[in-house]
Design a protein around this ligand. Structure first.
Ligand code: SAM
Length: 195
């Protein structure tokens, strides 16, 4: 059933996480025993469903603002009988407020807003939690900015690079880059004092 969601999404041009990135994400969740997860950007629910299927004690809050994506995600979550494990919020991420602490925040929505999302949700990250960001190499374009002709695309790719530089230079964080996995993955954790 999950394969059908993936096939349909790819056919309809819905941007979902690549296989390699997904494998990394699922492995991270298992290895770090992440139970409470926040996902920014649901699309049709593909990554949320894959994460939920790892274990019955995983719970995911996932946010989507596009009505068509939301409806499809709702249907997919129900058909997989995962409504107890996945809470789907139909709203802009900017409006989402929670007092919860998450073991993992998977950031997969508007790439230009990654810096903003980091600040917005930092207080929701548990002490040993991680934020994982997808599309950090943006189809390889971060290596070839000078050759991008579209002004809006160039501006977006520059924002991704700027975000990466910003978090690398931020003393609050430890950063791990996995540029060779999927579309590029960045893992952010809190730096422990004294390290
Ligand atoms: C890359 S897709 C998510 C893919 C999904 N995580 C997966 O791998 O199956 C990004 C989604 O984020 C949503 N999105 C972008 N900006 C948003 C915002 N500000 N608030 C809520 N959703 C947003 C888009 O509508 C889109 O469906």
């Amino acid at each position: 059933m999950i394969d059908e969601i993936k096939t349909k999404a790819i056919k309809e041009g819905v941007p979902i996480i690549k296989d390699e990135g997904l494998a990394f994400l699922l492995n991270y969740i298992s290895e770090h025993h992440c139970k409470q997860i926040l996902e920014l950007g649901t699309a049709v629910g593909y990554s949320a469903i894959c994460m939920a299927k790892l274990s019955k004690d995983i719970h995911i809050d996932t946010i989507e603002k596009d009505p068509d994506m939301y409806e499809q995600a709702l249907k997919n979550i129900r058909e997989n009988d995962l409504q107890d494990q996945i809470s789907l919020f139909f709203m802009p991420i900017e409006d989402f407020v929670s007092a919860k602490h998450y073991d993992l925040i998977f950031v997969d929505a508007a790439k230009a807003q990654y810096g903003k999302y980091t600040e917005q949700f930092l207080d929701n990250l548990s002490e040993d939690g991680a934020m994982i960001y997808d599309n950090m190499i943006f189809h390889g374009l971060v290596y070839d900015i000078d050759h991008i002709t579209s002004r809006s695309l160039k501006s977006l790719v520059k924002k991704i690079v700027k975000f990466s530089e910003m978090v690398h230079n931020d003393e609050r964080f430890d950063i791990m880059d996995f540029d060779n996995i999927g579309d590029g993955i960045l893992v952010l954790t809190r730096r422990k004092s004294g390290t």
